[in-house]
Design a protein around this ligand. Structure first.
Ligand SMILES: Cc1cc2nc3c(=O)[nH]c(=O)nc-3n(C[C@H](O)[C@H](O)[C@H](O)COP(=O)(O)OP(=O)(O)OC[C@H]3O[C@@H](n4cnc5c(N)ncnc54)[C@H](O)[C@@H]3O)c2cc1C
Length: 458
């Protein structure tokens, strides 16, 4: 059997692997993505895209289609003693440089199906029902052996193969798991209730804040219910929901997904090996679902990694650029685990008996992580911060600056008539901008393909 050649092999076609493959295709890289499953997820798992993810999706042409399928939500509320005692959305309202100040409530399966289809259209469909038997790192390449006997020589391998990652274990990367003994029931379904439905995330305050109601796309709703034991029935979860929302009651007309989620927390010791093998998504960080950060953090890994591989492979950037993947993303993963860990523990322990309010206050405190907008790389002023989204004139029309970004290139935003008197490499797209509309006071800004600021010219 002959050996296939690729730029990158991706193990795992969950949302993170799919996004890596799609971004690589946009950059003109030869990607091969394999998954042991027969198709994308049908139901369940993640339920929300945060504001930063929505900005990133805009750059790569995936926003509009997903937006039309989801439901927006930007209010977190607390219900106690038969009434709403708090309704909070300030952390979204205060966000600057952002056109979509909310979560887009949409099941993970929609994202997987869309990107899976895009890959097919680009002639790079996922190789399904196939796992990986072996990966070797050679002098200047990797050799991957698939379960069907096919061998692939590639420059890089990405392990996006989820929390039980074969790639991580194969390379013996330590991944010590903390288990805080907290178990949730998760139910997606169509409900029938006399409680007046609102498009808000509601945390119910009873003895503990052990029930949360999450609005979803279409006529779907999700409930998270913290259970006291690992083994429980649907009826037990439903009776907790009904106890929490008294005097109202609720039943399910249709149950689309009913699952158990045991909280586990870990960050892999390394996110890369010899700048050849990379881990992304749940393969290198897992945590509780509180704050909805798993999928969003994994997608941000993909956006951080692929342009770096592209620049090294096709535009002569030094390998050192690849080291910044772990340097930038590992601290983010650690802070996400800290945030979601505080949130999930607050549902159980409260000195004052105000669990739900404590929970919403914690969401407010960590809103930078939860909206994704507070993530930055380094601490040098504007460098390393996300580019604000703002309106620019483009010929005769006005558009968002994010709609002009191209993931395969850096962007040089040139303000007013500033004269660029240096050579612009082909991997830089020049975007003229009028400073009238800009939140920035400078002559030019160089922006990375993942829309973080690289440098500023004053
Ligand atoms: C109940 C629940 C609720 C959640 N809610 C949220 C939420 O609200 N918001 C949020 O952001 N996140 C949430 N998450 C987390 C989110 O689902 C994960 O973070 C996300 O799925 C991670 O994506 P991934 O691509 O890294 O891994 P996965 O989605 O796990 O995908 C890994 C893929 O790799 C494949 N694979 C594994 N091993 C191999 C192998 N050896 N060879 C080939 N293929 C392999 C698998 O088949 C799978 O397709 C939730 C998760 C659960 C379980």
């Amino acid at each position: 059997m002959s050996t296939l050649i690729a730029d990158v092999v991706i193990v795992g076609a969950g949302p993170v692997g799919l996004m890596c493959a799609y971004l690589g295709q946009l950059c003109g890289l030869q990607m091969i993505i394999v998954d042991k499953s027969t198709g994308p997820l049908e139901v369940g798992r993640a339920d929300a895209l945060n504001a930063r993810t929505l900005q990133l999706l805009k750059i790569v042409g995936l926003f509009d289609e997903l937006y039309s399928m989801g439901k927006t939500c930007h209010t977190s509320s607390v219900w106690a003693d038969g009434k709403f005692v708090s309704r909070q959305s300030e952390w979204w309202d205060q966000l600057e440089g952002c056109f979509h100040k909310y979560f887009l409530m949409l099941g993970q399966s929609y994202i997987e199906k869309l990107v899976d289809r895009k890959l097919k259209e680009l002639g790079s469909a996922v190789v399904r029902s196939t796992s990986v038997d072996n990966i070797e790192i050679k002098m200047d390449s990797c050799l991957t052996t698939l379960s069907n006997g096919v061998k692939i020589k590639s420059n890089y391998v990405i392990g996006a193969d989820g929390s039980r990652s074969f790639v991580r274990e194969h390379f013996k990367i330590p991944f010590e798991i903390v288990r805080p003994q907290i178990v949730w029931a998760v139910i997606d379904g169509v409900v029938e209730t006399d409680f007046k439905k609102v498009p808000e995330i509601i945390v119910f305050q009873s003895n503990t804040s052990d029930v949360a109601w999450i609005p979803r796309e279409g006529n779907l709703d999700r409930f998270y219910v913290r259970m006291d034991t690992k083994d429980f029935t649907f009826g037990q979860a439903l009776s907790k929901i009904n106890r929490a929302m008294q005097p109202y009651s609720l039943k399910f007309k249709d149950i689309v997904w009913f699952s158990r989620f045991s909280v586990k927390e870990s960050v892999a010791e390394k996110f890369s090996i010899r700048d050849r093998i990379f881990l992304a998504g749940d393969a290198c960080h897992i945590h509780s679902v509180n704050g909805g950060q798993g999928l969003n953090t994994g997608l941000a890994d993909a956006f951080n990694l692929i342009w770096k591989i592209h620049m090294v492979l096709k535009h002569g950037k030094l390998d050192d650029l690849l080291k910044t993947y772990e340097e930038e993303r590992k601290p983010v993963a650690q802070s996400v685990i800290e945030t979601s860990g505080q949130l999930v523990r607050s549902t159980k322990d409260s000195k004052t008996g105000t669990h739900a309010l404590d929970y919403v206050r914690l969401v407010e405190k960590h809103s930078g992580n939860i909206t994704g907008m507070g993530i930055r790389y380094g601490n040098q002023g504007l460098v390393g911060t996300r580019l604000y989204d703002f309106e620019v004139s483009n010929g005769s029309r006005t558009c968002r600056v994010y709609s002009l970004l191209d993931y395969s290139k850096f962007a040089l935003l040139v303000f007013d008539d500033y004269e660029v008197n240096f050579n612009i490499p082909e991997f830089v797209k020049v975007i003229p901008v009028s400073s009238k509309n800009s939140p920035y006071k400078c002559k030019a800004i160089l922006v990375r393909p993942d829309s973080y600021i690289e440098s500023i010219m004053m």
